[in-house]
Design a protein around this ligand. Structure first.
Ligand code: FAD
Length: 398
C-alpha cells in the first residue's frame, strides 16, 4: 500500500515541497499528488512586472513535473475534511474527493482589502495573475497625465509604484503610506528610496491611511482626497478561507498554526507551508508572508514528512531572514540587510547592482520551483509500514 501524500497548491512552496518529497521518498512507497487550479506556475513576485506590460516566461507544470513521479491534478480545491482525511476538488468534469494519508496545505494568499469601502468596486490588485492582468489592461488605456495611486507603503507597494512610474513616465504616480516612506529601512535605505522616488517623479503621501476608494480618488483618514484614475491596492495579503472552514487550529486571520516542522498543532497528518502557515520565526515573531521565508518552510515540511515516514532524523533548521530584496523598477534596486528577525541593519546595496541582485533572486526562486527534483542529493529511504501507519499520531500525542 502506498502512502498517499496530497499537496494543495503549486505556488512557490507547494511545488518545492512536492518536488523535494519526490526526491526524498521511493516511488514504490508513496503516491504524491499535487493539486493546483491553474496549469502553469505563476511567478507572483513578478506581478507588478506583468501589470506594467512585461511578459513572463510560461512555465507549464506538465513539463516541470514530467518524470518526477509527482501526479499533477488540475482542479480547484473547494474544501478539506481533516477528520475524514479528504480534499474536495472540482474541475471541468465535476466534483470529486481525494483521500490522503498526509496533507501539505500550500494554497497561498490573495490581496487584502481590509474591509475598506470601495476597494471591491474600484481598486486594482496585483497579488494574483488575474488581478495583474486586469491592471495591465487598465494602465494601457490611461492617457498621459492621468493619476495612479498605489495604496500601501510595504515592499509590494514600493515595487509597484516604481515599476509603474518607470514604465509610464507620462503618468502621475503617487504612493499613499500609512507611515513614513520606507520607515522600517536603515537611514541609507530610506535615503536611497527617496532618491529613486524623486528620479521617477513619484509623490509620496506619508502618514496617509486610506479610508475609502472611489472611482476617481482615494480618501485619507485626515480628510484629504488624492486623485486616482487608478488605485492599486497593496496593503498586505490575506489567506484563502478554506483552512478556516476546517477543524484545523488557525489564527484569527485563517493561517494554519504549525510547529517547527510545519506540522499542524491540531492535526498531525496535516502540514502547512508558505503564506498559508503561521510559523514562529526568530525572536518569537511570526514569519511574514514571503518567498524568502516560505521556501524554507517547504524544505522543512518535506524533510520532516520524509523523516517521519522513514524513521529518519527530523530537520531542525531555524528559519531566518538575511535581506529584503526590493526592485525599484528594472534599473534600480535596494537590498536592505536585516537581522535574523527581519530588522534593518545599516548595510544596504543600491543601484543597478541591487537591481541585478534582485533579478537573480527572482530567477533563483523560479529555478528551484521549475526544477523540482534537481539539485538535491537523492536520499530515497524506504517508508516503513509502521512509521506510515502509526508513527505520526503517536509522536503528536506524546
Ligand atoms: C507583486 C508581488 C511581489 C512580491 N515580491 C516578493 C519578493 O520580492 N520577495 C518575497 O519573498 N516575496 C514576495 N512576494 C510574496 C510571495 O509572492 C508570496 O509570499 C509567495 O508567493 C507565497 O508562496 P505560496 O506557495 O505560499 O503561495 P502562492 O505562490 O500564492 O501559491 C499558491 C498556489 O495555490 C494555488 N491555489 C490557490 N487557491 C487554490 C484553490 N482553491 N485550488 C487550487 N489551487 C489553488 C494558486 O494557483 C497557486 O499556484 C510578492 C508578492 C507579490 C504579489
Amino acid at each position: 500500500m502506498q502512502h498517499r501524500i496530497v499537496v494543495l497548491g503549486a505556488g512557490y512552496t507547494g511545488a518545492i515541497a512536492a518536488g523535494r518529497l519526490a526526491k526524498r521518498l521511493r516511488r514504490e512507497d508513496v503516491a504524491i499528488t499535487l493539486v493546483n487550479a491553474e496549469p502553469d506556475f505563476v511567478e507572483r513576485v513578478r506581478m507588478h512586472q506583468l501589470a506594467t506590460g512585461q511578459d513572463l516566461k510560461p512555465r507549464p507544470f506538465s513539463e516541470m513535473f514530467a518524470g518526477t513521479g509527482v501526479e499533477l491534478r488540475l482542479a480547484k480545491v473547494t474544501g478539506v475534511d481533516v477528520d475524514r482525511k479528504t480534499v474536495a476538488v472540482i474541475d471541468a468534469n465535476g466534483a470529486e474527493e481525494l483521500a490522503y494519508d498526509t496533507l501539505v496545505y500550500a494554497l497561498g494568499s490573495g490581496w487584502n482589502a481590509q474591509g475598506v469601502p470601495g476597494t471591491a468596486e474600484h481598486a486594482y490588485e496585483i497579488a494574483s495573475r488575474p488581478g495583474a492582468l486586469r491592471l495591465r489592461e487598465r494602465l494601457a488605456r490611461l492617457d498621459a497625465g492621468q493619476t495612479v495611486v498605489v495604496v500601501g507603503g510595504g515592499l509590494t507597494g514600493l515595487e509597484a509604484a516604481t515599476e509603474i512610474a518607470e514604465a509610464r513616465p507620462d503618468l502621475s504616480v503617487s504612493l499613499a503610506a500609512r507611515g513614513g516612506l520606507g520607515d522600517w529601512l536603515s537611514p541609507k535605505g530610506r535615503e536611497h528610496l527617496r532618491k529613486v522616488f524623486g528620479k521617477l517623479g513619484i509623490t509620496a503621501h506619508e502618514h496617509a491611511a486610506v479610508t475609502a476608494v472611489e472611482a476617481d480618488r482615494v480618501a485619507t483618514a485626515d480628510g484629504k482626497a488624492i486623485p486616482a484614475a487608478v488605485a492599486v491596492w497593496t496593503t498586505g495579503f490575506a489567506v484563502h478561507p478554506i483552512a478556516k472552514a476546517t477543524a484545523l487550529e488557525v489564527t484569527g486571520t485563517g493561517q494554519i498554526v504549525v510547529d517547527g516542522t510545519m506540522r499542524s498543532v491540531s492535526h498531525p497528518d496535516v502540514y502547512a507551508v508558505g503564506d498559508a502557515a503561521m510559523v514562529m520565526g526568530p525572536g518569537d515573531k511570526p514569519l511574514r508572508m514571503s518567498c524568502a521565508s516560505g521556501s524554507p518552510t517547504a524544505w522543512q515540511a518535506a524533510d520532516a514528512i520524509a523523516a517521519r515516514l522513514t524513521g529518519g532524523k527530523l530537520p531542525n533548521v531555524p528559519i531566518r531572514y538575511f535581506n529584503q530584496c526590493i526592485s525599484l523598477g528594472r534599473k534600480e534596486g535596494l537590498i536592505q540587510y536585516v537581522t535574523a528577525d527581519d530588522r534593518a541593519v545599516q548595510a544596504v546595496l543600491t543601484g543597478r547592482l541591487a537591481a541585478l541582485y534582485k533579478e537573480l533572486i527572482c530567477k533563483g526562486a523560479a529555478w528551484s520551483v521549475v526544477n523540482p527534483t534537481l539539485g538535491l542529493p537523492t536520499r530515497r529511504h524506504r517508508v516503513t509500514r509502521e512509521q506510515a501507519a502509526a508513527g505520526s499520531a503517536v509522536e503528536a500525542t506524546a
